[in-house]
Design a protein around this ligand. Structure first.
Ligand SMILES: Cc1ncc(COP(=O)(O)O)c(C=O)c1O
Length: 532
């Protein structure tokens, strides 16, 4: 299916809206302001609805199929979250309303803070940060403020394991810190010898992701936090992978001092298509005073007769505000609903099932794909997308071919320490059937790579625009979100087109290219007609 632009669908005289006849005399507009010609598309309501519905079908979403984007926790977002977030009592609030009129919302925020404290093993939580990366920046600013409050201005060095997400060094550098990379050892843990070398009086802290982005629980985590604390540093925990831990391990108990949660990952709030995220930060007791202001607290205790009064509190040494108003409230409502629906036991089962699903898939793919660190994994795992006996095939080719089978590719080329990485996170919301199907296709692609490698090289075959390759893409091309027709130049071969998508013209079921950012799933297309 290709989709014309609205102006191409336009039919002169067609209308989507009819205004009632005015009941007052018409007044003439000033001549200079009146236009003779207004080139707007002329369409009926149904034309427009169908246009956008067709466009929506060109995209890929978790409601359609497995979305195994590693490090992103693309789990199914239960519909009840949406229903609750749309209740007028939440959706119609204004952020400037007096606190007496928004006690329900403040109660929800307060309770969410308390629940996140309990889940993470922390003494305080701020709901302000708008994403994981924003939480990281907040956390590093808190660590910096803590050292400065003790007069330790020389503590500017932040250690970052080489498996870390790019936002870790970025947020440290943005906070004015000096970033030092720490290698991983042969089992994928932080290399303790390298860590020891950097534990000195300039150490501000370490940013640790556990389980790390290899999907492995760091076996030396207690030693890492001990060494850093002994040197006077602080431990930042990147909580993007909390889906493996909720209800089982509390990062605070491991010695983590600050951690961000990704509500849009672990707690099932939407994070495709550029929707708002939320990255609350939890801190240990000695950092509570540095939390960004305001946090929600009880400003007047209740008694048998009356409920407590909730309001906003500014911690005494606060780093200040990091977000306008109160954060992404709609996302908080969804996460709160998810937490309430699951309860403590349900949350533990979520993490157990996430780990089980990943290990099940790993076991099915073992023997076909090389595992650089062959250990029991947590909620995700990383394989190499290359084989010595399939020269010329890369991880990207495997991902492109997956799109022909109607499946979303895993994360590509991350973590950076794995050659041709494919990072796979099935999440707990996938059934055994969908895991079996994903494994079946991955094994099929393995076979194709060895027998018909051109199927992978030339993939995707059923997208509106074929793949860009560095060699084919002229420098002058730019990419942007947009939809244009492209010429019907694809061959009709069933082996190229395993879904049997209608290949008249240039049909599509899948987007051309999905960016790796988990907060932003962007469908990128060339703005001019492509003729690849
Ligand atoms: C390990 C890790 N840390 C941090 C982030 C940043 O989170 P966000 O996308 O919410 O800014 C991500 C996102 O992919 C991640 O995977």
């Amino acid at each position: 299916m290709t989709e014309p632009l609205l102006c191409e669908l336009s039919v002169p005289g067609r209308r989507g809206v009819r205004f009632p006849k005015p009941e007052v005399p018409l007044a003439d507009l000033p001549k200079g302001l009146v236009r003779e010609h207004l080139p707007m598309p002329e369409l009926s309501e149904v034309d427009v609805v169908r246009h956008f519905t067709r466009l929506s079908k060109l995209n890929y979403c978790i409601d359609q199929n497995i979305y195994p984007l590693g490090s992103c926790t693309m789990k199914y977002n239960p519909r009840i979250n949406e229903e609750v977030a749309r209740l007028p009592g939440f959706a119609a609030l204004h952020p400037l309303q007096p606190i007496e009129t928004v006690q329900g919302a403040l109660y929800l925020m307060y309770t969410l803070q308390e629940m996140l404290k309990e889940i993470g093993g922390f003494a305080g939580v701020s709901l302000q940060p708008a994403a994981g990366a924003h939480g990281e920046l907040t956390g590093i600013l808190i660590i910096r403020a803590y050292h400065e409050s003790r007069g330790e201005y020389q503590r500017t060095k932040v250690l970052i394991p080489d498996s870390a997400h790019g936002t870790n060094p970025a947020t440290s550098a943005m906070s004015g810190m000096q970033v030092v990379e720490i290698p991983s050892d042969g089992r994928g843990n932080v290399d303790l010898n390298a860590l020891r070398q950097h534990c000195d009086e300039t150490l501000a802290g370490i940013m640790l992701t556990n389980p790390n982005t290899l999907g492995l629980f760091d076996e030396n985590v207690l030693e890492v936090t001990r060494l850093v604390h002994e040197a006077g540093g602080q431990v930042y925990g990147d909580g993007a992978n909390m889906n493996a831990l909720v209800g089982i391990v509390r990062p605070g108990d491991l010695g983590i001092d600050v951690l961000h949660y990704n509500l849009h990952k672990t707690f099932s709030t939407p994070h495709g298509g550029g929707g708002p995220g939320s990255g609350p930060v939890g801190v240990a007791a000695h950092l509570v005073d540095f939390l960004p202001a305001p946090i929600v607290g009880i400003i007047e205790e209740g008694d048998d007769e009356s409920a407590p009064l909730y309001g906003f509190i500014t911690p005494s040494k606060s780093i200040g505000r990091v977000k306008s108003f109160w954060g992404h409230f709609g996302i908080m409502v969804r996460a709160y609903t998810y937490l309430r629906m699951n309860g403590p036991q349900g949350l533990r089962e979520v993490a157990e099932a996430a780990v089980l699903n990943a290990n099940y898939l790993l076991a099915k793919m073992r023997g076909y794909y090389h595992l650089p660190y062959d250990r029991v994994c947590m909620h995700e795992f990383v394989v190499e997308g290359v084989w010595p006996d399939a020269p010329g095939i890369h991880a990207l080719d495997i991902s492109k071919r997956l799109m022909d089978y109607g499946l979303h590719p895993p994360t590509n080329y991350f973590p950076l320490i794995v050659h041709e990485a494919l990072m796979i996170e099935p999440t707990e919301t996938e059934s055994k059937q969908s895991l079996d199907e994903f494994a079946r296709v991955m094994i099929k692609i393995y076979e194709e790579a060895h027998t018909q490698p051109e199927l992978l090289k030339e993939a995707p075959h059923v997208t509106p625009v074929a793949a860009w390759t560095r060699s084919k893409r002229p420098k002058s091309w730019c990419c942007a979100a947009g939809w244009r027709r492209c010429p019907p130049n694809r061959p009709k071969r069933p082996d190229l087109n395993p879904l049997g998508v209608e290949l008249k013209g240039v049909p599509s079921t899948q987007p051309l290219f999905i960016s790796r950012s988990c907060s932003r799933t962007i469908v990128l297309r060339e703005t001019r007609n492509a003729a690849l």
